[in-house]
Design a protein around this ligand. Structure first.
Ligand code: FAD
Length: 392
């Protein structure tokens, strides 16, 4: 099968893809299905990625990173998505890639020096605490409060869906520092912290979920967590803006991951279609099997090109909100369709754990829901690109 690797368009980028592929190849479907079955975090995989220095692909060189752009990071994440670990593998390392860019962009030199090297080496593990049960996608409604008391803040509240919190020792945490009634805009008065996830004041409860069992998501309860004031990132009250800064890179990486997962599912489906013989011929000879797979190829390829376009704009410092959102939307849909078709191509065996496509499907569902839903992307494009009234 011709590979649609638009992102890997230079020798250096092909080297990134090949290096990541060779690391991922050490962790096969059996490794990941066992992790999924036993709900065990893939420490060995994370260590292998960290050992290769890849956690710092987009981090500044002065702290041990490679200082590369979102294009290179997207190649890496697409390749991880295309591996047997699919979304679990991506989620296990995702936050390291661009999730701490608020610190890179808005942290003080002392904070960067203190925090980034450990994240890049894998010595420290961070999670991301934004979503709350009563706020959902309307982040301005979060209720977690951070009250300043002398040289520290006291944080109280509840987050939901915080991924990898079971293993993390740090959290990038969004909390309200000024009551919304006192703010000009509801998104003002929110602040971003890089806090220790101190279990004495933090309770973490895993959320039972549909898939990606190797990587937990959690309810996290903050009960008067004491956070030194120098753990505030940037200026107080500007946390929401800092999060917006890294949204486009996040969308581009989400898109790359979804395309990778879709490609893996498609490759599995094609292999099966070319092997399985029923009614005296390969099932892949039937157009009802081959046409949907050809459609998946075309749609994944198109999403890949949109992702490349968004990544190039991003790395050139150009506005890329619509392109990054469109890439995420197209990629999640194309990846989902490929996983669905992979199950149907396998017939009954698509439902069996043995062929792994059911695991890919369960994991793929999350890419359409998080970190932003299909609906909110369409709202954004309708408003920003089509000039229609804001609907949310
Ligand atoms: C596997 C997984 C991992 C996650 N990891 C993290 C993490 O590490 N850290 C973190 O902070 N969060 C995380 N999340 C949370 C994720 O970002 C949220 O689930 C997501 O932002 C959607 O929020 P919600 O679930 O509250 O949906 P809601 O806001 O309740 O929305 C529900 C539905 O209504 C639709 N909707 C709502 N308002 C509108 C509107 N005005 N117009 C049209 N449609 C609308 C939405 O599109 C959605 O389909 C994770 C979620 C999942 C599933």
């Amino acid at each position: 099968m011709k590979l649609f690797e638009a992102l890997a368009d230079t020798p250096e980028r092909r080297d990134i893809r090949d290096s990541i592929r060779s690391i991922c190849d050490q962790f096969d479907d059996h490794y990941w299905s066992e992790k999924d079955r036993t709900h065990s975090f893939p420490f060995e995989f994370c260590e292998a990625i960290a050992k290769g220095g890849w956690l710092g692909i987009a981090m500044p060189e002065e702290f041990g990173g490679a200082g590369l752009g979102v294009t290179e990071a997207a190649i890496m994440m697409q390749e991880i998505g295309r591996s047997a670990g699919v979304f679990a593998a991506c989620s296990a390392v995702h936050i390291n890639i661009f999730g701490l860019h608020s610190i890179v962009r808005h942290g003080t030199p002392a904070q960067q020096k203190a925090w980034l090297p450990d994240i890049i080496s894998g010595a420290s593990r961070a999670c991301f605490g934004v979503t709350e049960p009563d706020a959902g996608l309307d982040t301005s409604k979060i209720k977690t409060r951070a009250l300043r008391e002398g040289d520290h803040y006291i944080i109280k509240g509840q987050k939901i869906w915080t991924s990898t919190a079971q293993q993390a020792d740090k959290v990038v945490l969004l909390a309200r520092t000024k009551p919304v009634e006192q703010c000009t805009k509801p998104t003002d008065g929110l602040s971003l912290f890089y806090a220790d996830l101190d279990r004495k004041s933090v309770e973490i409860r895993e959320i039972p979920k549909m898939g990606r069992h190797a990587v937990n998501s959690n309810q996290v309860f903050y009960d008067n967590l004491k956070v030194p004031a120098d753990r505030l990132i940037g200026e107080e009250g500007k946390g929401f803006r800092y999060i917006l800064d890294s949204l486009n890179s996040e969308r581009i990486l989400n898109a790359a991951e979804a395309i990778g997962i879709g490609r893996r599912a498609l490759e599995k489906a094609v292999t099966y279609a070319d092997e399985r013989v029923v009614f005296g011929r390969k099932i892949g000879q039937n157009q009802s099997i081959q046409h949907p797979l050809a459609e998946c190829w075309a749609e994944l390829y198109a999403a890949d090109l949109m992702t490349l376009h968004a990544a190039k704009l991003h790395d050139a410092g150009e506005p890329c909100g619509a392109e990054a959102n469109a890439a995420k939307y197209l990629a999640a849909d194309a990846g989902f369709k490929a996983c669905d078709r992979a199950i149907r191509t396998h017939g009954g065996m698509g439902y069996a754990a043995e062929y792994h496509v059911e695991r890919y499907f369960r994991e793929m569902v999350a890419t359409q829901l998080a970190p932003v839903s299909r609906e909110m992307i369409l709202c954004y494009i309708a408003e920003r690109e089509l000039g229609l009234p804001k609907s949310y």
